[in-house]
Ligand binder design. Structure first.
Ligand code: GRF
Length: 191
């Protein structure tokens, strides 16, 4: 029997993408295993991981002499749990080159815009300000340049004239919850 791909989930906040992925695993829609959930904040995501009885690790960046030391500790935790794919789900820190080099082509991220448009912070707000008629979300591989790695999947939503940052974000989030699982399936070689 082929063993399930081991995921390491990194996030800083709400954890709705993590939850969607985990629910898909529980429902048999994704053949994967959450090996560890790591957060740089005592986040909602971490609380949920705890509730589910998953391995969960809180690392406070302030406890480390440098950003690199912090990142290398995360790498250590991921390796200790034999993680094969790192899933960034609302992780609000930029990964150091050393981190990225430790897991070549094994780190993916979800961003709430149709990349390459609207990189960085508040992409939904950027989309509204630009007056685009379509927005969406992107799952991509993580490379040294922010929000710029090879794209795995994208999904569009229509932008209506009455959309606010909140309503647009909610529409996009619904799609995020669908495509992140699909992208993990693609990366793990499932049909
Ligand atoms: C999502 O919109 C994701 O695209 C972005 O951060 C948000 C995280 O939300 N990178 P959640 O923590 O998964 O609910």
């Amino acid at each position: 029997m082929v063993s399930k791909i081991k995921l390491g989930v990194l996030g800083s906040g709400r954890g709705s993408n993590f939850l969607a992925i985990y629910n898909n695993i529980l429902a048999g829609r994704l053949d994967a295993e959450v090996a560890v959930v790591i957060s740089d904040k005592p986040s909602k995501m971490l609380e949920k991981a705890k509730e589910f009885g998953l391995e969960n690790v809180y690392l406070n960046p302030k406890d480390f002499p440098s950003k690199l030391d912090f990142d290398l500790e995360i790498v250590k935790v991921l390796k200790a749990h034999q993680v094969e794919l790192i899933v960034l789900a609302g992780y609000m820190r930029i990964l150091s080159e050393q981190f990225i080099n430790s897991f070549p082509n094994k780190i993916i991220n979800i961003h709430p815009s149709l990349l390459p448009a609207f990189k960085g912070l508040h992409p939904q707000r950027q989309a509204l300000e630009a007056g685009v008629k379509e927005a969406g979300c992107t799952v991509h591989f993580v490379t040294f340049e922010l929000d710029s790695g090879p794209i795995l999947l994208q999904e569009k939503v229509n932008v209506d004239e009455h959309d606010t940052e909140e309503s647009l974000s909610a529409k996009i989030l619904e799609k995020e919850h669908i495509i992140y699982t699909k992208a993990i399936r693609m990366v793990s070689g499932e049909k």
